[in-house]
Design a protein around this ligand. Structure first.
Ligand SMILES: CC(C)(COP(=O)(O)OP(=O)(O)OC[C@H]1O[C@@H](n2cnc3c(N)ncnc32)[C@H](O)[C@@H]1OP(=O)(O)O)[C@@H](O)C(=O)NCCC(=O)NCCS
Length: 237
């Protein structure tokens, strides 16, 4: 009986190993075709979606996140359940999906009283009595939304429920507690608008052009026009 059980276990492990390695091979092939580079200890799951031409440096966490074409994410960034647009440059140690504890009506901040997740190894309730995350969408898939062509400098924290507009810049070390408008530089703790990057007319044109939705080859063909906002908006606006 014991031998049978042992053989059963070994068989199970071999089947598991083969199907895992088959799945790993399939993912490796898919990433190769889509030009996606994955560094060491990058975490993602079947709900994560990467559009292509992406580069994820070591220790990046992207559980259930969506990442648009051309976007790269630097070392040690923790960004689960985050919707990220195209051509974003995301610096080291970016953090989203922070979660909430009660700070107003509740007597306590301890999750054992309001959550069934057992954060401290025990809980007093099996119900969710307080929402531990704020979502940016009705389906409750994403806690933060980042537009296209956004630069996030190093060490930025973005709180749940926040949306970052296209072309925005988040300055180093910022804690972003509110939405940031398109083509606005925001910085500080809490982050406040520093300045707009372009004139209102230029911003309006860029938001109509939406160059990040062009075909990858069209972007490549026109790369030399990206160094001059005036010429670019006159030409394509
Ligand atoms: C935001 C940033 C891009 C500067 O943009 P800028 O338009 O050139 O800004 P300036 O240097 O002219 O500064 C404008 C104002 O913003 C303030 N500011 C600049 N960086 C800031 C920051 N990180 N946090 C808060 N305020 C900041 C300046 O003090 C200045 O304030 P003042 O007008 O009261 O004097 C830059 O400061 C930054 O954060 N760089 C990130 C570097 C980095 O992390 N690189 C690695 C990742 S790729």
């Amino acid at each position: 009986m014991a031998l049978r059980q042992l053989l059963g276990n070994i068989y199970g492990k071999i089947v598991n190993y083969l199907s895992n390695s088959k799945e790993r091979k399939r993912i490796r092939e898919e990433f190769r075709c889509k030009n996606i580079y994955i560094g060491k200890n990058v975490s993602f799951d079947v709900f994560s979606e990467f559009e292509g031409h992406n580069y994820f440096y070591d220790n990046v966490n992207l559980y259930a996140s969506k990442v648009g074409m051309g976007t790269y994410i630097a070392f040690n960034s923790f960004m689960p359940k985050t919707k990220i647009g195209r051509f974003c440059a995301i610096g080291e140690n970016t953090r989203t999906h922070l979660g909430l504890h009660p700070s107003k009506d509740w007597v306590t901040v301890h999750p054992a009283f309001f959550s069934n997740q057992g954060q401290a190894g025990f809980n007093f309730t099996n119900e969710t009595l307080f929402n531990e995350h704020k979502f940016v969408d009705e389906e409750k898939k994403f806690v933060v939304e980042i537009g296209n062509d956004v630069w996030i400098a190093n060490n930025v924290i973005i709180l749940d429920g926040v949306k970052i507009g296209d072309g925005a810049i988040l300055a180093a070390g910022s804690v972003v507690t509110k939405d940031v408008e398109s083509y606005t530089i925001a910085g500080g703790v809490p982050a406040k608008p520093i300045r707009k990057r372009f004139t209102d007319e230029q911003i309006e044109k860029l938001l109509q052009i939406k160059w990040w939705n062009w075909d990858f080859d069209k972007i490549k063909e026109n790369y030399k026009y990206y160094s001059d906002i005036k010429k670019f908006t006159d030409m394509f606006g």
